[in-house]
Design a protein around this ligand. Structure first.
Ligand SMILES: C[S@@+](CC[C@H](N)C(=O)[O-])C[C@H]1O[C@@H](n2cnc3c(N)ncnc32)[C@H](O)[C@@H]1O
Length: 406
């Protein structure tokens, strides 16, 4: 049950009767667990953003380890799995470089907030303590502008912060704001918070922008441009560790060809290319591929190719072109890899498959497919990319099995 810890005695209100089980809401804690703490965020009891702020960070890690293990075992039907202890986030709070906020209106005033879990009921907030402090500074400015009727018809907003350049990018999902109003808004915000580098309005068919439409980051020795619509890992305190872990598992050699499926802005393809023979990065997002090509050029990396396509189609096309590879890196969205992608991966007969996942259920399902296809799991490393929430990231390494299956 949400916001309750195993072994606690609590009073709950039943909200749904499912026959052999119930859904409930916490009413009163009669006997708290030893892991319980007071959640530092004043919105925690209602806001749908975080799940575990009432649990000591060290204990969140132990719970996540157990949940991860149980999920992989149950969904994947896997038993003896070499799972390492979870790697904690160096920053359990203020680690997020990106905030996506909902809006609501009280008269002319625009409120910023999140939805309550599994609902569309709006919870206004004035700060979000898992987001970087600079993001909160911008939230504060936006709320003040709203009091003065300076924010008009916002639907949703997104704020991205760059640690490298100390710059903020604001995207507004809204259809009514014209370029003049956007320019006006940008200059008003700029007077209050100098770190703002661009304001965008994302309309159905086009994007208007005043200032820059991207931020820049550096991870290890690679510079990345990331435009507002492209994906980039959000926990800055784990950026370098993640790249190091991937490099260790891929361990690229000068003769290796590597497929990086779901490659984003080239986060992993580019450092891998520095050590490999050739890397193919595949992503369906136009802006991610545009950024990846830009990043490839700005980092002077030649032995890499970025392809804008659905992995489902692109892998078949590469296979038809007789492309070969010894290692495949996959980092799919929460839905995991489709059957078509998994079958195509197998058709390349790679020696290694490295899988970075943000969803233990689809990871379990996909690992089980690869095992049935002749691979064995060498290691699984959970990483706590999203402290205070239920999300668990994990990095798995599979190798082509030496045993012949009969
Ligand atoms: C979790 S992100 C990973 C990006 C990158 N590896 C990184 O760490 O920055 C998943 C990426 O998969 C892309 N994507 C989602 N479905 C896809 C598909 N069917 N084919 C190709 N790319 C897809 C998204 O555009 C997104 O960039």
């Amino acid at each position: 049950m949400p916001k309750v810890i195993p072994d606690e005695t609590v009073r709950v209100k039943i909200t749904k009767d499912k026959g052999d089980y119930y859904f409930g809401e916490l009413v009163e804690i009669i006997k708290p667990a030893k892991e319980r703490i007071d959640a530092p965020c004043p919105y925690f009891n209602h806001c749908g953003g975080c799940d575990y702020q009432h649990i000591k960070y060290q204990s969140q890690l132990s719970f996540k380890e157990n949940i991860f293990f149980e999920t992989i075992k149950r969904v994947g039907g896997l038993n003896e799995i070499p799972i390492n202890p979870i790697i904690p986030s160096p920053e359990p709070f203020h680690y997020r470089l990106k905030a996506q906020l909902k809006t609501s209106r009280t008269g002319e005033r625009v409120n910023l907030g999140y939805f309550k879990k599994d609902s569309h009921s709006f919870i206004p907030i004035e700060e979000c303590i898992i987001c970087h402090k600079k993001i909160n500074a911008l939230i504060n400015v936006l709320l003040k502008l709203s009091e003065q009727n300076l924010l008009y018809h916002l639907d949703e907003i997104e704020i991205i912060y760059s640690k490298l350049t100390d710059k903020l990018l604001l995207s507004l999902s809204e259809n009514k704001i014209n370029k003049n109003r956007l320019e006006n808004l940008y200059s008003i915000i700029k007077k209050r918070i100098n770190e703002i580098t661009g304001v965008l309005s994302l309309k159905k068919t086009k994007v208007d922008c005043v200032g820059k439409n991207f931020i820049e980051e550096r991870v290890k020795d690679i510079d990345y441009r990331v435009t507002s619509e492209s994906f980039f890992q959000v926990n800055y305190s784990l950026h370098e560790l993640l790249v190091n872990q991937i490099m260790k598992l891929v361990s690229p050699r000068k003769k290796d060809n590597i497929l990086d499926i779901y490659s984003g802005v080239g986060t992993f393809s580019l450092p891998i290319a520095l050590k490999a023979n050739y890397v193919y990065g595949i992503d369906e997002s136009e802006s991610s591929i545009r950024d990846a090509l830009y990043n490839q050029k700005s980092n002077k990396i030649k032995n890499c190719e970025f392809l804008k396509a659905k992995a489902e189609d692109c892998l078949i096309a590469l296979k038809n072109k007789k492309v070969t590879c010894n290692t495949v890196l996959i980092n799919p969205p929460r839905s995991g890899c489709s059957e078509k992608v998994k079958k195509s991966i197998i058709s390349f007969n790679p020696l290694n498959i490295i899988y970075l996942s943000c969803n233990p259920s689809t990871l379990g399902r996909d690992l089980s497919f690869f095992i049935r296809s002749g691979y064995e799991i060498k290691s699984i490393q959970p990483i706590d990319q999203f402290p205070q929430t239920y999300h668990i990231e994990a990095l798995a390494k599979l190798e082509k099995s030496k045993q012949i299956k009969v």
